[in-house]
Design a protein around this ligand. Structure first.
Ligand code: 5AD
Ligand code: FES
Length: 346
């Protein structure tokens, strides 16, 4: 019985691979309701009805990689490239601080312009201006030396989705120049260096199966990332996966609940991608056990260019509007955005 599996997960925070697979294949409306209820119970026990916010600054859409799913892949010649200057990045953070953000996420493609030295300067300056803030980096794979340098400069957290915990699946989503082993190695190094680490994956990515998803869940169970970013895959018109279908709201919300029960303290965002496939996707994500949202702080004139997938939301709004919009959305479901760094409560 799947109900028994759900109770077992809620109690022991662990299932076998086969059981995780059954949790996915045998789900129905009734079991999803039970799962959601238990996940929200854990979420409220640890975080109450607080929602943490992260100010997302998309620093560059220039990328040396060619991931098959991603709109800013290097072989997409239709993508208009941009890169923010250090001054622009710092002023986005200043604006964000005044709007109540205490975490800034610097996200971008793997752009060689952003050397350790340049990033170090940016990190140190933001930290100097706002000593009560956390800095999160989301800049892909770098060397151990680089991660160590950036940590030393003041970076607190690093987001690097593992994308899939199945090696064969990994090779179906990425060209052979990228390796599953290096991805996992990077996550390990980040952990060793004392970062709070974010892993994660897309829901409904091409070639994903209940078996690869079970492997993702087992990986989350064993690695216990402080953060876990999951959102639906959404096709981008200029990628090899243009004709593939999107991931669903239903399965994404179901997996948000599962992950909350696997590792109750995890910081779990209701992602922009979830808000893109459904008008109230982020609200439904929070109501499934998520506890983080990430409004956009990038300058409005570059937002449309940071298009990882088609029809991305929040690309026309000013930072203050985006923040206000999410505040209202969270209030409408009985949750509230809080002004704090929003560290994990272990
Ligand atoms: N649909 C949904 N998510 C995507 N990402 C990249 N491309 C897409 C897409 N087409 C996700 C990846 C990456 C994160 C920054 O965005 O998981 O790690
Ligand atoms: Fe960005 Fe609504 S959250 S505009």
């Amino acid at each position: 019985m799947i109900q028994e599996l759900i109770h077992k997960l809620a109690q022991s925070h662990s299932l076998s691979l086969e059981e995780y697979e059954r949790l996915i294949t045998e789900r129905d409306e009734e079991s999803a309701r039970l799962l959601k209820r238990l996940a929200v119970q854990e979420r409220v026990r640890i975080y109450g009805h607080d929602v943490y916010v992260r100010g997302l600054i998309e620093i560059s859409n220039i990328c040396k990689n060619d991931c098959y799913y991603c709109g800013i892949r290097c072989s997409n010649t239709n993508c208009e490239r941009y890169r923010l200057t250090p001054e622009q990045i710092i002023s986005c953070a200043d604006e964000g601080y005044d709007l109540g953000f205490r975490t800034f996420v610097l996200q971008g493609g793997e752009d060689s312009y952003f050397t350790d030295e340049i990033l170090g300067r940016i990190i140190r300056e933001i930290k100097q201006n706002h000593s009560d803030c956390a800095i999160t980096l989301s800049l892909g794979e770098r060397t151990r030396e680089s991660y160590a340098y950036l940590r030393e400069a003041g970076a607190d957290r690093y987001l690097l989705r593992h994308e899939t915990a199945d090696k064969t699946h990994y090779s179906q989503l990425h060209p052979s120049s990228m390796s599953f082993e290096n991805r996992m190695k990077c996550l390990q190094i980040l952990r060793e260096l004392g970062y709070q680490v974010g892993a994660g994956f897309m829901v409904g990515s091409p070639f994903q199966t209940s078996k690869t998803l079970a492997e993702d869940l087992k990986f989350i169970e064993t690695f216990k990332p402080e953060m876990c970013g999951i959102g639906p895959f959404i096709p981008h018109k200029d990628t090899p996966f243009r004709d593939c279908g999107s991931g669903t709201l239903e399965l994404t919300c179901y997996l948000l609940s599962v992950i909350r029960l696997i590792y109750p303290p995890v910081l779990l965002p209701a992602t922009t991608a979830l808000g893109t496939i459904h008008p109230t996707g982020r609200e439904l994500g929070i109501l499934s056990g998520a506890n983080v949202v990430m409004p956009n702080l990038s300058p409005v004139n570059v937002r449309k260019k940071y298009e990882l997938y088609d029809n991305k939301i929040c690309t026309g709004e000013e930072s203050a509007q985006c923040r206000g919009c999410l505040e209202r959305r969270m209030n409408s479901i009985g949750y509230k955005i809080v002004t704090s760094r929003g560290d994990i409560i272990k």
